[in-house]
Each structure stands twice: as C-alpha cells, then as structure tokens.
Design a protein around this ligand. Structure first.
Ligand SMILES: [Zn+2]
Length: 94
C-alpha cells in the first residue's frame, strides 16, 4: 500500500470514527433525557432503556477500538481524534 492509499484509508476511518463518536454522544443524551422524562420511551421502563443504551455504548466502544487503527501497521491510533502521524510506526496519516 503506498502513502496515498494509506492516507485515503485513514480519512475514511477517521470519518467513521466521528460517526461512532456522535452515536455514542447521542446514547448518553438519550440516557440524560430518560432521566428527566422517565415516561418518554413508554412502554419501555427507564431501566430497560438505560440497559439498552449501555449495550449500544459497549458496541460503539468495540467498533471504535476495531476501527481506529493505523492503515499501515494496524496498531490502535490512541486517544487523539486526528493524529498527523501514526504514534507506532510514524507513517504520515495526512
Ligand atoms: Zn502505524
């Protein structure tokens, strides 16, 4: 894989990562909302909604861990949301 391919793959992974992050935020917002308006998701009980959201959040976390990898060395890219280079192998990502 040449550098252009690596950077193209990195861009699509970063976009996916942003979508995963937004969905995770939405899940937390739903939890806050159900806290304030327990009847909002009736007939589901608030606890059922919270459990559902927790399962979804766990799924987002796993999706993020699997997605957020260097296209070159396949190691996890760490906590930054837009690194300039891979912290492991040093390939330029953008
Ligand atoms: Zn790397």
């Amino acid at each position: 894989m040449d550098l252009t391919d690596i950077q193209k793959t990195y861009r699509s992974r970063r976009n996916r990562q942003i979508i995963i992050g937004l969905l995770a935020l939405l899940g937390f917002a739903a939890m806050l909302y159900i806290n304030v308006y327990p009847q909002a998701m009736a007939p589901l009980k608030p606890l059922q909604v919270v459990l559902l959201v927790l399962v979804l959040e766990a799924g987002m976390l796993i999706a993020s861990l699997l997605n957020w990898r260097c296209p070159n060395c396949n190691k996890h890219l760490g906590r930054g949301w837009n690194p300039k280079a891979c912290p492991k192998c040093g390939v330029e990502l953008r």
